[in-house]
Design a protein around this ligand. Structure first.
Ligand SMILES: Cc1cc2nc3c(=O)[nH]c(=O)nc-3n(C[C@H](O)[C@H](O)[C@H](O)COP(=O)(O)O)c2cc1C
Length: 310
C-alpha cells in the first residue's frame, strides 16, 4: 500500500513536462484500438527499444499486452483534439482521425510528429501499470513539433517561435512583465494587469514591442519568454515575455517595486500567479518559464494565499 496521497503524487509526477503520444494496436477482431499516453520513453538505440506504461485498468489491457506489436504516434502540436479523443471513452476513437496500417501492422495516425511501429518485446510488471517494451521495426518523422504536456495542460514548443500565431489561429494574447531597476510596470488602479494586446501578426515579439512603446512612450526591449498558458474558458493562449524599459515617465501605467507585488490585487488569478512567481524569482534572480493553463490549481492557490496573507 502506498503511504502517499495519490492525488499529491500524481501532481508531483505531473511537474515533469512530456510530449503526448497515441499508442495503437490491432485487436483480435481486426479493429484498431488506441489510447493517449505521455509515459513514452526512448530506451535503447541498439537494439532500438522504447517503452510505454499502460494502466492495468485500461479496457485495452488484454489486447495491448498480447498483441504482436503496437505503434507509438508522437502527436504534433496541432493535435490536442486527437489526444483528448484517445483519452475519452469514445466508442470509435479512430472515426475522427485519418490513419493507415504501418509496415509492422499497427495503426499509424496521419499528421503526427513521428511514429514508431514496434513488435512487443516484453511486458514488465510495474505496480498498477505494466511497462510495454517495444522493439522499433519501422519509424517515420514529419518534421513537425511535438505537442507538450505538463501539470495537466498542453503546451506547444512552437509557441516560443514565430510560428505561434498561425498555430493558435489568432486566439493569442501577448503581454509583458516590463521591468526597470527592480520595478514592474502595471496598468490599472486597484485591479492591476500587465500591459498586452491580442496578437494579429506572425511576429509576436515585434508586435508586443511596438505596442508597449506606443503605450508608454519609453524604449522597450523584449526579453525571454516568461509564461505560456491557456485560458481555457476563453479558448485563448497567453504568452508573457519579460521586457525592459528605458528611462522616463510612462505615458500609461506606473512602475511599482517588486517587493510590493505580493500585497497587490490583480485582475485575474493568472496574473496574480505570474506576479507572485516573479516576486519570488526576483529574490534569487533566477527566472523560469511556466507552461500550463490558467487553472493549474496548486500554483494559483499558493499565489492567492500569498496575496491574502500580505
Ligand atoms: C495526456 C495524457 C496522458 C496519458 N498517459 C497515459 C499513460 O501513459 N498510460 C496509460 O495507461 N494511460 C494514460 N492516459 C490515460 C488514458 O489515455 C485513458 O485512461 C485511457 O484512454 C482510458 O481508456 P481505455 O480504458 O480505453 O484505455 C493518459 C491520458 C492523457 C490525457
Amino acid at each position: 500500500m502506498s503511504i502517499f496521497d495519490p492525488r499529491a503524487l500524481r501532481d508531483a509526477f505531473g511537474a515533469f513536462a512530456t510530449g503526448v503520444t497515441v499508442v495503437t494496436a490491432i485487436g483480435p477482431d481486426g479493429r484498431p484500438l488506441g489510447f493517449t499516453a505521455n509515459s513514452f520513453s526512448s530506451v535503447s538505440l541498439d537494439p532500438p527499444l522504447l517503452s510505454i506504461c499502460l494502466a492495468k485498468s485500461s479496457r485495452n489491457f488484454a489486447t495491448m499486452t498480447t498483441a504482436s506489436g503496437f505503434a507509438v504516434n508522437i502527436l504534433a502540436d496541432d493535435q490536442k483534439e486527437v489526444s483528448s479523443t484517445f483519452a475519452r471513452p469514445v466508442e470509435d476513437r479512430f472515426a475522427t482521425v485519418t490513419w493507415q496500417t504501418g509496415p509492422h501492422g499497427s495503426p499509424v495516425v496521419a499528421g503526427v510528429a513521428a511514429w514508431f511501429d514496434c513488435s512487443l518485446a516484453q511486458v514488465i510488471e510495474a505496480g498498477d501499470h505494466v511497462i510495454l517494451l517495444g522493439r522499433v521495426e519501422a519509424f517515420g518523422t514529419s518534421g513537425k513539433n511535438g505537442l507538450g504536456y505538463v501539470r495537466g495542460g498542453y503546451f506547444t514548443p512552437a509557441l516560443t517561435a514565430k510560428a505561434v500565431s498561425a498555430a493558435v489561429d489568432g486566439h493569442l494574447f501577448l503581454s509583458a512583465v516590463v521591468e526597470r531597476q527592480g520595478d514592474v510596470l502595471l496598468l490599472g488602479e486597484t485591479s492591476l494587469s500587465l500591459p498586452g494586446l491580442a496578437s494579429e501578426s506572425g511576429d509576436p515579439q515585434a508586435e508586443l514591442q511596438a505596442h508597449l512603446q506606443a503605450l508608454t512612450g519609453l524604449t522597450i526591449t523584449i526579453g525571454t519568454l516568461y509564461s505560456v498558458y491557456e485560458e481555457k474558458q476563453a479558448d485563448r493562449q497567453h504568452i508573457v515575455y519579460r521586457a525592459f524599459a528605458g528611462e522616463g515617465v510612462p505615458g500609461q501605467g506606473r512602475f511599482v517595486p517588486v517587493s510590493t507585488l505580493p500585497s497587490l490585487s490583480f485582475a485575474t488569478m493568472a496574473t496574480g500567479d505570474i506576479m507572485a512567481r516573479f516576486a519570488r524569482e526576483s529574490a534569487f534572480g533566477n527566472f523560469g518559464v511556466y507552461f500550463g493553463d490558467d487553472t493549474a490549481g496548486r500554483v494559483h492557490a499558493m499565489s492567492q494565499a500569498m496575496v491574502r496573507k500580505a
